[in-house]
Design a protein around this ligand. Structure first.
Ligand code: SAM
Length: 442
C-alpha cells in the first residue's frame, strides 16, 4: 500500500493498492426492467423540447412522471446538471419554479430559451424581419467580406467560405436584436444552423469532419435558420399556452463540485432534484464540449475550447483515493487490476461526483427528493454500477434510498427483459438501460 495522507484521505500511488478483493453481491442491485418507463411511442419533442438536440438528453416523459409522482406539491425544483433544461421545462409546466446550473454555455443558452415565455406577436415581428432581411441580401459569392467573419479556430476546416459569409450575416442580424429573450431564441436556432451547415459528420456528437465534405452541395444556410426558427416557434406557442402560471426558471453556471451559492439556493430550500448527471468524464464518455464547440465559438463564448476540461472528471487525478461508497472502492480495485490509467479516469470522475452530491444534498429540504437518472457504463469490461454508487453516496449525506427504476433506452436494439447483474465486476454489454434512482432526505 502507498503513503496515506490523513488530511486529504488520499493514498498516493507508490506501490500497488491491495488487490486481494473479494467479489461481493449487493442484493439491492437485483432489479427488473420496468418497461412502462420506456415511453417507446411517445412524442419526446413536444413543447420547447423540440429546440436543439444535445447529447444524452433526458426524455421529458421521465421528468414528467417523476414530478407527477413525487413533486406535485413542490415549489422549487433544482437540476445541478441541467443541460438543455428538460426537467426545468417540465417543472414550469407544472407551476414549479426551477433552478438549473450547467458549465456549458450552449446548454445554458438552450435551457434559458426553452423556459422563457416570449410574446408571440413580438416574436413574429422579428421572424418576419428576418425573412425580409434574407430576401434583401444580394449575395455575391465572388465577394467575401472577411471582416465580418468571427475569429474561429480552423474555420476553413469546418465551413465553406460561402457558409462562413452567410452565418456571419445571420449573426449580424442577431446582434442587432436588443430584446434579450428574442435574441436568445434566435441564437438557439443559429446554433443548430451552424452545426447543420458545417462539415461535421452527421449523427456524430464528437467533432469529426465527414469524409466526403468536398462533394457536399452548398447548404442553404438562410433557409436552415428559418426552418429552425419556425419549428421552435411552434414549440414555444405550445409551451406558452400550456404554462399559464407564474413559474420561472433561472439558469446559472455555478459548479456544485465546489460550492452552491447560498444566495441562490440556501440550505434546505429545494423540494425536488430531477437531474441526469454525466456518466463519466467527457474524454472517455460523452464529449459535451466538443459537441458544442463550434456553436459556442460562433456565439462568442470565450471558454468554448475549455468546456470538456472543466466538466466533471475533466481534471485528471494522479492518485488513488477511497470513497464513501463501498461498491465504488471495490470496482476501482477491479479496474485497477486491469488498467491503472483507466482506474485513474474513474477516480477522477467520482472524486468530483462525490463532492457534488455532498453539496447538492445540503440544498434539499427534509422529506424532499433527489432523483438521479444515471447510466451504468463499462470500463475495461467492468460495469460500473453508477445507480448503486449514487444511492450509497446520497445515503452518506442523510438520504434514504426509496427505489431504483430501470428503464430501457428504446432507441437501442435490445432484448425486452434485461436483468442487470448484481455482481460487482461482472462484465456486461453496452448501455441499454437507464436507472432512475430515487432518494429522500431524512
Ligand atoms: C446528461 S447531460 C444533461 C442533459 C439534460 N438532462 C438534458 O435533458 O438536456 C449532463 C450535463 O452536465 C453538464 N456538466 C458536467 N459537469 C458539470 C458540472 N460540474 N457542473 C454543472 N454541469 C456539469 C454537462 O455540460 C451536460 O450538459
Amino acid at each position: 500500500m502507498g503513503n496515506v495522507d490523513k488530511n486529504k484521505q488520499v493514498v498516493k500511488i507508490v506501490n500497488e493498492p491491495d488487490l486481494d478483493y473479494q467479489v461481493k453481491i449487493y442484493s439491492r442491485n437485483a432489479k427488473i426492467v420496468d418497461d412502462s418507463w420506456d415511453f417507446r411511442n411517445s412524442n419526446t419533442k413536444d413543447f420547447t423540447h423540440c429546440f436543439h438536440s444535445y447529447p444524452a438528453m433526458m426524455i421529458p416523459q421521465v421528468a414528467r412522471r417523476i414530478i407527477d409522482n413525487l413533486g406535485k406539491k413542490s415549489k422549487i425544483l433544482f437540476d445541478p446538471f441541467c443541460g438543455t433544461g428538460t426537467s426545468l421545462v417540465e417543472a414550469n409546466l407544472k407551476g414549479i419554479d426551477a433552478i438549473g446550473t450547467d458549465l456549458n454555455p450552449l446548454a445554458r443558452l438552450i435551457a434559458t430559451a426553452k423556459t422563457t415565455k416570449i410574446d408571440i406577436q413580438q416574436l413574429d415581428l422579428f421572424i418576419n424581419k428576418y425573412k425580409d432581411y434574407i430576401f434583401s441580401i444580394d449575395f455575391d459569392i465572388s465577394k467575401i467580406y472577411s471582416e465580418i467573419i468571427p475569429d474561429i479556430k480552423n474555420i476553413d476546416y469546418w465551413f465553406s467560405k460561402v457558409t462562413q459569409q452567410k452565418l456571419s450575416l445571420i449573426l449580424k442580424f442577431i446582434d442587432d436584436i436588443s430584446e434579450i429573450s428574442i435574441k436568445n431564441f434566435f441564437k438557439v436556432a443559429f446554433s443548430e444552423t451552424v452545426r447543420e451547415s458545417s462539415y461535421i459528420k452527421s449523427g456524430e456528437f464528437k467533432l469529426v469532419r465527414c469524409k466526403n465534405y468536398l462533394d457536399k452541395s452548398e447548404p442553404d444556410v438562410f433557409r436552415i435558420m428559418l426552418s429552425r426558427l419556425l419549428r421552435n416557434r411552434i414549440g414555444l406557442v405550445e409551451f406558452v399556452e400550456c404554462c399559464k402560471n407564474n413559474a420561472k426558471t433561472l439558469v446559472y453556471d455555478f459548479n456544485t463540485i465546489n460550492k452552491i451559492p447560498s444566495d441562490i439556493l440556501p440550505a434546505e430550500s429545494v423540494d425536488i432534484i430531477v437531474t441526469s448527471p454525466p456518466y463519466g468524464d467527457s474524454r472517455t464518455t460523452v464529449a459535451y464540449g466538443q459537441f458544442s464547440r463550434l456553436a459556442n465559438e460562433w456565439l462568442g463564448y470565450k471558454e468554448a475550447n475549455k468546456v470538456d476540461k472543466i466538466l466533471m472528471g475533466g481534471e485528471r487525478k494522479n492518485y488513488i483515493t477511497s470513497f464513501k461508497s463501498e461498491i465504488l472502492n471495490d470496482i476501482i480495485h477491479i479496474i485497477w487490476k486491469k488498467d491503472k490509467e483507466r482506474a485513474l479516469d474513474v477516480i477522477s470522475f467520482y472524486e468530483d461526483y462525490e463532492k457534488s452530491i455532498k453539496n447538492v444534498s445540503s440544498t434539499v429540504k427534509k422529506g424532499g427528493f433527489a432523483c438521479y437518472v444515471v447510466g451504468n457504463r463499462t470500463v475495461k469490461g467492468v460495469t460500473i454500477p453508477n445507480d448503486e454508487i449514487t444511492a450509497q453516496l446520497f445515503e452518506e449525506n442523510n438520504f434514504c434510498h426509496i427505489e431504483t427504476i430501470v428503464r430501457n433506452i428504446p432507441n437501442k436494439r435490445m432484448p425486452l427483459k434485461n436483468s442487470p447483474s448484481n455482481i460487482v465486476g461482472r462484465t456486461a454489454s453496452t448501455m441499454k438501460n437507464e436507472y432512475i434512482v430515487i432518494m429522500s432526505k431524512n
